[in-house]
Ligand binder design. Sequence first.
Ligand code: HEM
Length: 154
Amino acid sequence: MVNPQNPRTPRAKTPGIVVIAAALALVLGMNFAGLNAADEPPIVEHMTVVNDGYKVLRRQARTKAFDEESLKLVIEMQKAALAAMHEKAPMLAKVPAAEQAQFTIGFKKSMRDLVTATLDLEIALVEGNKDQVVELIDKLASIKKEGHDKFVEE
Ligand code: HEM
């Protein structure tokens, strides 16, 4: 059969049984390692949204090439950060009961800093204040470090 993407190269035929076996091994392996995506704590999904936006913004900051996409990402990051603030850090379960209230207050304050930075980012973007946008993107790195140092297990 001719591969439509490259008509000159015939596509290698993979026996269906090999594909099924590989998929099965992957699923079984993930379950064994406790990595089933459905089992992930909700905060992980929100953090992934924050992280995806952060990566794009960091790249854009090198040339200060901000655009409509930057604003869209920042707004998604805001919502995700706020949602994360109302979730629990998985590490909480390992904290002694007597220290959990204090841990949760610290966690919420740290997440509040992230929410605030994304709100400030929105305003700076709308105002076209590129220097401030870059400053705030740099600030996200320290917010992440502080949050992860205290609330994410090694
Ligand atoms: C720009 C800021 C931040 C970025 C880019 C970021 C990024 C990430 C990423 C990539 C993950 C891993 C998701 C996965 O497991 O696939 C994660 C998890 C997590 N982050 Fe953040 N984060 C940020 C800020 C914060 C802050 C401020 C806090 C604390 C208030 C925090 C607390 C957590 C927690 C609790 C998890 C769950 C991981 C675990 O405990 O197993 N993060 N974050």
